[in-house]
Design a protein around this ligand. Sequence first.
Ligand SMILES: Nc1nc2c(ncn2[C@@H]2O[C@H](COP(=O)(O)OP(=O)(O)OP(=O)(O)O)[C@@H](O)[C@H]2O)c(=O)[nH]1
Ligand SMILES: [Mg+2]
Length: 280
Amino acid sequence: MPGLFSKLSSIFTRLSDSPELPASDRELYTEELLSLDMSYGIVERLLDGKQQPGVTAAAAMKARMKQILVSAPLIEPPKCGILMIGINGAGKTTTIAKLGKWYVDRGFSVIAGAGDTYRAAAIEQLSILAERTGMDMVKAMPGVDPASVIHDTVAAYRHRSKDVVIADTAGRLHTNVNLVNELKKIKTVMTKAMAGDRMATYLIMDATIGKNSFQQAKLFNENIGIDGIIITKLDGTAKGGIIFTICDELKIPVVAIGTGESVGDFLAFDKDTFVEGLFP
Ligand SMILES: Nc1nc2c(ncn2[C@@H]2O[C@H](COP(=O)(O)OP(=O)(O)OP(=O)(O)O)[C@@H](O)[C@H]2O)c(=O)[nH]1
Ligand SMILES: [Mg+2]
């Protein structure tokens, strides 16, 4: 468990042995949890839930946390594809490198597609990251239709017998109808090219932009369909509580978290492991 959850963890450490939460501490706990970006509704549910006789405050808290959190495993190779979507600067391209490394470290071969064809720098960024992490890559000249690049990437995934294909896309606002329609087209083309191989669409969400991101996620989900969320930049908040708020608000599983700028700063997210790690 990275140190960035230490604040969250230190709050729960104090609960361990007491049979229930002392009423006198309730206000303090409420304040502390709110300061970590948990919504008021969640804090209330965590502190006020009914407690079974013989269950310690810590055990009751763990159970309530696991009820709120929603997680799912990352899509499992071989023979699968991932489409990365999100607003500008959320961390899509960086996360492709992290995810690619995660799979490469587990013995799978990965190919990435430079579907952000708006900027030459985006293609260059992915090339450098692909080389660094041992991923293969397909790219085209800037300005080429992104759906055709992703189509060609999936074709290369098949010809070169890769285990995983990951498609990058340009950042876009969820409110820009033309750009959202372009994303729909990319997804349709990729789904067809995958020809029955499993595929997941992951939304990359920047933890530091807080509650603004909920509307964004809802609209992307309605228009494109999201199978999982990767929360980035958790190192930039010191407020791990945002994970609870995101899960509660969206009910879409969190599959991984980003905890820094390096390719290794990445954790697959499992709610049981996460909650157990918060307690001593
Ligand atoms: N601290 C921190 N920085 C991150 C993390 N993930 C990404 N970043 C940084 O966020 C910035 C944007 O990351 P990109 O991967 O380029 O974001 P993007 O979503 O691809 O951006 P566009 O392609 O412009 O839409 C970069 O400076 C990354 O280093 C993270 O988990 N922690
Ligand atoms: Mg990018």
